[in-house]
Design a protein around this ligand. Structure first.
Ligand SMILES: O=C(O)CCC(=O)C(=O)O
Ligand SMILES: [Mn+2]
Length: 210
């Protein structure tokens, strides 16, 4: 049977100038997304990270947790996250992603935005440990939030705004991290939580020193 051009589950492709986004709006079924949101909210090893800004330690506006294979250490803005071993649910998601997208994810950063006051500021996922042109697979659970991207160097390039809904999967690929930055703005009207998982590949895992 011929597939409809407007099939509800067809991925949406956004070719960018010097980047590429693919959005799978319903990557997880509703019931599975509901269940995973609860499990992750209750069982992930959430941390309140602090960054040093002008010599003062400031809590970041969200909780986070880092999971990965042994040796997959990750730091941003000088802050080193605790490496946790894979949980059964995270490992199952990694397995499905690896098969579907022919990728070799070895780590995942979990963010918990407790309400609309939580956010992530403009940045690119361009840390050296992610290598050149990383594929980042970003799964959203919980309340919908707006996700914005802007070109880092071409100010006349139109920004891109996406609504990341419960159970959706956004792939950022190609040179997206080199040329675009992204953020999750605050939204005063939002009173409930969202969990985001970004699956990544650390290209040169450090062997743990004894
Ligand atoms: O929450 C999101 O959708 C994005 C999170 C993000 O950009 C990050 O953790 O690097
Ligand atoms: Mn990011």
């Amino acid at each position: 049977m011929q597939k409809s051009l407007f099939e509800a589950d067809a991925p949406l492709e956004f070719p960018l100038r010097q980047g590429f986004l693919t959005l799978h709006p319903h990557w997880l079924a509703r019931e599975q997304a509901d269940q995973l949101f609860q499990v992750f909210k209750e069982t992930l090893n959430w941390e309140q990270s602090q960054l040093r800004i002008h010599g003062r330690m400031v809590p970041i506006p969200r909780l986070n947790a880092w999971y990965g294979d042994p040796g997959c250490h990750y730091q941003y803005s000088g802050h080193q996250l605790t490496l946790n071993p894979w949980t059964a649910e995270l490992a199952a998601l990694r397995q499905r992603l690896s098969e579907e997208f022919n990728s070799q994810f070895n780590s995942v950063l979990a963010n918990f935005y407790r309400d609309g006051k939580d956010s992530v500021a403009w940045h690119s996922d361009d840390e050296p440990e992610l290598g050149r042109n990383p594929l980042i697979a970003s799964l959203s659970l919980g309340v919908s939030r707006r996700f914005s991207l802007k070109h880092r160097f071409q100010k006349q390039e139109a920004p891109v705004n996406l609504e990341l809904t419960h159970g959706s999967l956004l792939l950022m690929s190609g040179t997206t991290q080199s040329f675009w930055s992204h953020c999750l703005p605050k939204s005063s009207r939002i009173a409930s939580g969202r969990i985001n998982l970004t699956f990544r590949r650390i290209v040169d895992p450090r062997i743990d020193k004894q």
